[in-house]
Design a protein around this ligand. Structure first.
Ligand SMILES: Nc1nc2c(ncn2[C@@H]2O[C@H](COP(=O)(O)OP(=O)(O)OP(=O)(O)O)[C@@H](O)[C@H]2O)c(=O)[nH]1
Length: 610
């Protein structure tokens, strides 16, 4: 951490706290990099591409997962120096929770729209969140360097679809740096300064915006000071958890860490206070001074509710403890990831994990495999069902394998979402069919320029699998999609089991709509027949609802012994062949006498509607 240690007492009217909201890939991170570069936040040689997207997967996938904060000093044309606190936000539908947290710490947003793509689903979702947070907006049309850019048409579209004035939109190319000075001036002159009723003398009232785990400094807490002053050495209290801590470090991220003695009203910075783990901090909590507490806490956040669950199991049972500690470390850094131990007849010991969405699931699995070198099997992603039992009780079902006897269940309710899809007209037919096939109910179909905006209610269970992938392939990547969970509705749902060689494989059991069960069961059996290697005996594969088999396939027996042609051949070749066969077994799971390769699980679970 840099040595500079100062009191931060920037006057309120010289502070601007803002977020950047946009659809995925419209240029938030690149614009953030340019703002950092042009205000000297980092020397050119330190500017690595997308400096704010520091998580390796973010760089690789080119998406923002964690909201990052940076404090910039900008000498404006009026000769005054301003402190600009920027919070970069994730764009993907799975991370709307992160967006809401960063927006609450700011007074305004830059609305970035790709001037060649126009308004997309996340543009709408994120700008509505900013408006809900009473943000002033500065509209920025990005990528005007592209031949396909049509700033005037996109301005009209923004006014028509979002209903905000875009006549003074700032035209930029975050790639070349064109227009960046105009963005900085707009931030200073169009976005409001933070307000502070009680000012610096009032008892400390700070918003806990985010927390993360730093390998050197431990748990770091991002705070926004509303009133009073937060100083090193102060004893503070979290009003939601009543936990007390002594502040050890106070600082800001420029994006390098710079130590400060204290932070005043309107400021955004971080503190450390020997907090053991991220789970001890509650995002949205109010931090106050223990001896002189503020009278009223801030309105808190509802914690992110996981909406997709799946089982994660080590391919090699000996890796269970490594998996447990790896998940504990990830949890340090990702408060929205939840897990609890689970045992499966088919897969042994593992964890039932909760995620914000399918992308979040894939990212966690990828991080576990890459950062902790673990070979994992993920079971079918499933949503949370509400079971209304015949004895009048209610319970939640996170794992189809835990489904009680159907005679004890009177109703099953499943979560529904309201989805917004924006697509070029050419792909409308295919998308409507996809939604109908997934039990969708059309709510609205309107046109936005040359594109269709469709609103559908859909069961979440029909979306978590591969809806997003199918939508992208039907629309050749042009459709965009956003959703909100709405409510639970009764559904004619059944648990479909898969039996391999007469043994139920609980990792492949899933909840399906009764009308779709036979088709799904048939597809699953056909897929597994392709993927499970032949054995020395024939293998029946069945899909069943309770005791009723609804689909079956049979894998014929292997005719010959792989080493047969070696008889009389040299022993070396035979040994090599058997070693190769053994190595192949590493990613297999034994079910009874049948070995199922890990790929079979993943491919079987990712079945589309092809
Ligand atoms: N031609 C051109 N490309 C740009 C411009 N700004 C960003 N890009 C490119 O657009 C892609 C997405 O840019 P990002 O800044 O990662 O977009 P983002 O909105 O941060 O994406 P997420 O992090 O996924 O939310 C990258 O390949 C950038 O190089 C621009 O002004 N002109």
């Amino acid at each position: 951490m840099a040595a500079m240690s100062t009191n931060s007492s920037t006057p309120l009217d010289h502070i601007r706290n803002f977020s950047i909201v946009a659809h995925i890939d419209h240029g938030k991170s690149t614009l953030a990099d340019r703002l950092i570069q042009s205000t000297g936040g980092l020397a050119d040689r330190e500017m690595s591409e997308q400096v704010l997207d520091n998580m390796e997967i973010e760089r690789e996938r080119g998406i923002t997962i964690k909201a990052q904060t940076v404090r910039l000093h900008y000498k404006a044309k009026d000769g005054e120096t301003y402190v600009l606190n920027l919070i970069d936000t994730p764009g993907h539908v799975d991370f709307a929770y992160e967006v809401s947290r960063s927006l609450s710490a700011c007074e305004g947003s830059l609305l970035v729209v790709d001037a060649s793509q126009g308004v997309e689903a996340q543009t709408l979702a994120n700008v509505y969140q900013a408006i809900d947070n009473n943000h002033e907006l500065v509209t920025v049309l990005n990528k005007i360097d592209l031949p396909a850019a049509e700033p005037d048409r996109i301005k009209d579209q923004i006014e028509e679809v979002i209903g905000i004035d875009a006549s003074e939109a700032v035209l930029i190319s975050a790639k070349t740096g064109l227009g960046i000075p105009d963005v900085l001036e707009a931030i200073v002159h169009k976005l409001p300064a933070p307000k502070s009723e009680g000012g610096e003398k009032a008892p400390l009232k700070a918003l806990l915006v985010d927390s993360w785990y730093d390998t050197y400094l431990g748990v770091m807490v991002l705070v926004r000071i509303i009133e009073g002053r937060l100083s090193k050495g102060q004893t503070v209290r979290m009003m939601g958890t009543d936990a007390k801590y002594t502040v050890e470090r106070v600082g800001v991220l420029t994006p390098k860490m710079v130590a400060m003695d204290s932070l005043g009203p309107g400021e955004i910075g971080f503190i450390t206070a020997s907090i053991k783990e991220v789970a001890d901090t509650r995002v949205g909590d109010t931090i106050t001074e223990d001896k002189r507490p503020t009278a009223k806490a801030l309105p808190g956040f509802k914690p992110a509710q996981p909406v997709v669950f799946c089982g994660l199991f080590p391919v090699d049972a000996a890796d269970f403890e490594d998996l447990r500690s790896a998940m504990g470390k990830l949890r340090l850094n990702d408060a929205s990831f939840s897990f609890e131990m689970e045992s499966s007849a088919a897969l042994g010991f593992g964890f039932r994990c909760g995620f914000l969405g399918l992308l979040h699931l894939e990212i966690i699995q990828e991080r576990l495999e890459r950062e902790f070198d673990l070979d994992l099997i993920a079971t079918a992603p499933s949503v949370v069902y509400k079971l209304f039992m015949t004895d009048g009780s209610e319970r939640e079902l996170h794992n189809p394998a835990d489904m009680p006897d159907v005679v004890k269940i009177s109703e099953i309710h499943e979560p529904w979402i309201r989805a917004t899809i924006l697509t070029p007209d050419d792909y409308l037919g295919g998308i409507l069919k996809l939604c109908q096939d997934r039990r969708g109910i059309q709510i609205e179909l309107t046109y936005v320029g040359t594109r269709a905006m469709i609103t559908y209610d859909l069961p979440l269970n029909e979306v978590v699998f591969d809806f997003y992938d199918r939508l992208k392939s039907i629309s050749k990547g042009y459709a965009s999609f956003d959703y909100q969970i709405t409510d639970h509705k009764e559904g004619n749902l059944v648990k479909m089991s898969i039996l391999v060689n007469g043994e139920p494989v609980d990792a492949l059991s899933m909840m399906v709509h009764r009308m779709a069960a036979e088709k799904r069961g048939r597809e699953m059996c056909e897929k597994l027949k392709e993927l499970i290697p032949k054995h020395m005996f024939k293998i029946p594969i069945q899909a069943a609802i309770g005791g009723n088999v609804i689909a079956r396939e049979t894998i014929s027996a292997l005719r010959k012994d792989v080493t047969a042609k070696c008889y009389g051949g040299d022993a070396t070749r035979k040994r090599k062949l058997l070693e190769k066969q053994k190595a192949g077994k590493k990613r297999m799971r034994q079910f009874g006498k049948v070995e199922i390769p890990q790929e079979a699980f993943i491919a079987a679970l990712k079945m589309g509607d092809e």
